[in-house]
Design a protein around this ligand. Structure first.
Ligand code: ZN
Ligand code: ZN
Length: 341
């Protein structure tokens, strides 16, 4: 595996806030007027497509989850929640196990496909990565259930400004990072990187905590988790330039319609394929679809559009895949083979 381009990394700017304490996007783009988003939220129940319950793969049994590994093992729990095991490390991304993703259970977007694993069924988790504080990525009940099960041994990695939310819950083993900063846990170097998105859990706190993506670097395995993002060719080109040889990229492919509202904050499948290329990832896996009806496109549309986009952009279908809920995927590491030559 190629080394990180530290000279390029050192040139990257930290995040910046305006006078009202709200963070900017790397592009300085203002995503969409809040007023327009609320208007859409209020009227969309009239025409939202029917939620779909996708099948759950049940082969992700305890044996698969606890057996010693030959290669990194990825399980899609649903939405942006993945379990990634490699060597003696087990990680979670944006863990959400709840039925609703909103301030109050019983209200808001409801899960249509159950999580493929419950917290009790997880192996011992080393670290959790949070991309931003939207309800479909940072869920209080799920965080508390993980803390109850693993306690202070569990390491949390969060964006700048999100640590205070954990402190209020009595959770203190939290590393908070700015864009392009990194930290280490058990031989695992984690870099927090920008994304084009926003944050917020109330009517008044949008942009007040940071949002972003994560690059998880192990000696023989490099994984990128994009969180939520709009399209920004230069940003993803830079990430790919700083971190060559990404083995696995987890990229959102859903929640893109109505396009005029979502364009700057959520990529569509065609843009996800472009980002896969900017990053130079060996393999990408689509996420942020299939579990909650969040936006106006039918829930089964993202994988279909992904397949078409791959054909149109001349990329082999096995380079950017979607998994079934609960599917377990062994990641082939080409550099292990190179290393052993
Ligand atoms: Zn979001
Ligand atoms: Zn989201």
């Amino acid at each position: 595996m190629k080394l990180i381009n530290t000279a390029l990394l050192a040139q990257q700017p930290q995040s910046q806030k305006n006078k009202k304490g709200r963070f900017y996007n790397p592009s300085r783009l203002h995503l969409v007027p809040q007023r327009e988003l609320f208007k859409w939220l209020l009227r969309r129940h009239r025409y939202l497509p029917k939620p779909i319950r996708f099948p759950l793969v049940t082969t992700s049994n305890t044996q698969v989850l606890s057996a010693p590994l030959k290669a990194p093992l990825l399980t899609w729990i649903g939405h942006s929640t993945f379990l990634l095991r490699h060597r003696d490390i087990a990680l979670l991304t944006d863990p959400v196990f709840s039925r609703w993703v909103s301030p109050v259970q019983g209200v808001g977007p409801k899960r249509s496909t159950p999580p493929a694993l419950q917290v009790e069924a997880l192996p011992t988790i080393t670290a959790v990565f949070i991309s931003h504080n939207h309800y479909d990525h940072l869920d209080k009940n799920s965080v508390l259930a993980l803390f109850q099960r693993f306690g202070n041994a569990l390491q949390w990695f969060v964006p700048l400004g999100v640590k205070a939310w954990f402190t209020k819950l009595g959770i203190h083993n939290v590393v908070e990072l700015d864009w392009w900063q990194s930290a280490e846990v058990q031989g695992l170097r984690c870099h927090f990187l920008p994304a084009q998105h926003f944050s917020g859990r109330t009517l008044s706190d949008s942009y007040k905590t940071l949002w972003g993506s994560w690059l998880i670097d192990m000696p023989d395995f490099r994984c990128y988790f994009a969180g939520d993002t709009g399209y920004h060719a230069e940003l993803f080109g830079t990430i790919g330039g700083v971190f060559p040889d990404i083995d696995l990229a987890l990229l959102p492919i859903g929640a893109y319609n109505p396009r005029e509202l979502m364009r700057n904050m959520h990529i569509n499948p065609e843009e996800a394929v472009s980002i896969h290329q900017h990053l130079g990832a060996a393999l990408s896996v689509g996420m942020h679809w299939g579990s909650f009806q969040l936006t106006d496109e039918p829930m089964d549309e993202p994988p279909q559009r992904l397949a078409t986009a791959l054909t149109q952009q001349g990329i082999s279908a096995d380079k950017f895949i979607v998994m079934e809920h609960g599917e377990v995927l062994e990641i082939t590491l080409k550099q292990v083979a190179n290393h052993e030559q």
